[in-house]
Design a protein around this ligand. Structure first.
Ligand SMILES: Cc1cc2nc3c(=O)[nH]c(=O)nc-3n(C[C@H](O)[C@H](O)[C@H](O)COP(=O)(O)OP(=O)(O)OC[C@H]3O[C@@H](n4cnc5c(N)ncnc54)[C@H](O)[C@@H]3O)c2cc1C
Length: 384
């Protein structure tokens, strides 16, 4: 590939199998070409190559959100574009397309700042472009809404600053509009937090869910209920005393079998709440609810949305829905709204469900404008 400075792998090459693989082992991508970008100019070369050869282009930072194989694709890997520059005075961070959250968390921590990250091992780009619901999101909003700017390679191979409607589309529209080479994100104060996971006897599950549904949850408290065989768990991250609101939930849960909550740094909390996993298949169900459905026999995680996530200018998500259930496998639960959140949506036939109708229609128009030939093929393709 002309002027491309990174490695390139074709089927049959020694490095092809390693380079094509996604973290999500439910898919087994077999692209026609894998290109590992070292610079933004490499990204331009790859986009122009795909365009000239009429190949669809897919992007992978970590492969956590890779949900589909695109036959004949040029797979562009961005993992080496992983610089992180923190500006503590502006409370902003500029992040290369291939960085993972743990890089950003570590760079921001010395200044008492934190990004709106969730699981620390996820790629900043895929997470942010897909909405980004993190541990501080009830207090400060979705990561997508903290996006201040983006440098992006467009379908005609130009490297531009995304502005106006294009920047809006990136705040939840995934990789449909170009390949991002750098993101600028807002950082937030979060030095000390109270965090942890506690695990309780499974027979308490229904009481815990009832208490969770009625909980007066301040924006300073991010709590989720974990439903496991024989156990019910609580996963908590609180700032500014938000943990005090946990009392009814702890009363319903009773004494823990193990685990608990403690004061720690935001960086430590990431490791406690989202320990690193080996690559695995991603095949869960995800649904939104106004009231919690009966959840006997369902394993997974119940989250409460709202807080600052209810406001924000980007197209990500359904701002008025309070609860979600991530189930270990898709289940038909009564009362689901039919909506979804892109980052947790595994079913790629339901992409439109991740947006309000008005936002989806606007995204479809922007996709036609910025990528009329569907060069960019993220797993969640807008407009088809
Ligand atoms: C174990 C696990 C934990 C998770 N925890 C959370 C969580 O706490 N909160 C949350 O909101 N989500 C969470 N997710 C979902 C996660 O945010 C999505 O899977 C996201 O897409 C992963 O991004 P990635 O860059 O790591 O993955 P990748 O598979 O590398 O990328 C995913 C998609 O993002 C797009 N993309 C990536 N880089 C670029 C780029 N440079 N330019 C344009 N498009 C790009 C592409 O369309 C790509 O297909 C979790 C997922 C897993 C598997």
């Amino acid at each position: 590939m002309r002027d491309f400075t990174g490695s390139v792998h074709r089927p049959g090459d020694a490095g092809y199998d390693e380079a094509r693989r996604a973290w999500n082992r439910a898919v087994d991508p077999r692209p026609a070409l894998v290109a590992e970008a070292l610079t933004p100019q490499d990204v331009r070369c790859a986009v122009l190559e795909a365009r000239t050869k009429e190949m669809p282009l897919t992007v992978q930072a970590t492969g956590h959100g890779t949900l589909a194989d695109v036959p004949g694709a040029l797979l562009l890997r961005t993992g080496d574009l992983d610089h992180v520059f923190v500006d503590p005075f502006r409370r902003e961070v500029s992040v290369g397309a291939g960085a993972v959250w743990s890089d950003v968390i570590a760079a921001a921590a010395p200044y008492g700042l934190a990004p709106l990250s969730g699981t620390p091992w996820i790629g900043v780009s895929g997470y942010t472009l897909g909405g980004g619901a993190g541990y501080l999101s009830r207090k400060y909003g979705l990561a997508a809404d903290s996006l201040l700017g983006a440098t992006i390679v467009t379908a005609d191979g130009e490297l531009v600053e995304a502005r106006d409607e294009l920047l809006w589309a990136l705040k939840g529209g995934s990789g449909n509009f170009g390949v991002v080479t750098e993101l600028t994100l807002r950082l937030f104060p979060a030095e000390r937090v109270v965090a942890g996971r506690s695990f309780h006897p499974g027979e308490r599950a229904q009481e815990v869910l009832a208490a969770f549904e009625e909980l007066e949850q301040p924006d300073e408290l991010n709590a989720a209920v974990l439903l496991m065989p024989g156990m019910v768990g609580l996963r908590v991250l609180a700032v500014e005393g938000g943990e005090r609101a946990l009392a009814p939930l702890l009363k319903a849960a009773g004494d823990p079998l193990r685990g608990g909550f403690a004061e720690m740094s935001f960086q430590e909390a990431g490791d406690v709440l989202g320990p690193r996993h080996d690559p695995a298949p991603v095949a869960h169900g995800f649904e939104l609810f106004h009231r919690l459905p009966p959840l006997e026999g369902v394993f997974g995680e119940v989250r409460r949305w709202g807080g600052a996530m209810a406001h924000g200018e980007g197209p990500a998500g359904h701002r008025d829905v309070p609860f979600s259930v991530i189930s270990s496998e898709p289940v038909d639960l009564p009362g689901r709204t039919g909506g979804a959140f892109l980052n947790f949506l595994v079913d790629t036939s339901r992409t439109a469900d991740a947006y309000t109708r008005a936002d989806y229609e606007r995204l479809v128009e922007l996709k036609k404008l910025h990528d009329p030939d569907n060069l960019f093929r993220p797993s969640h393709l807008i407009g088809s």
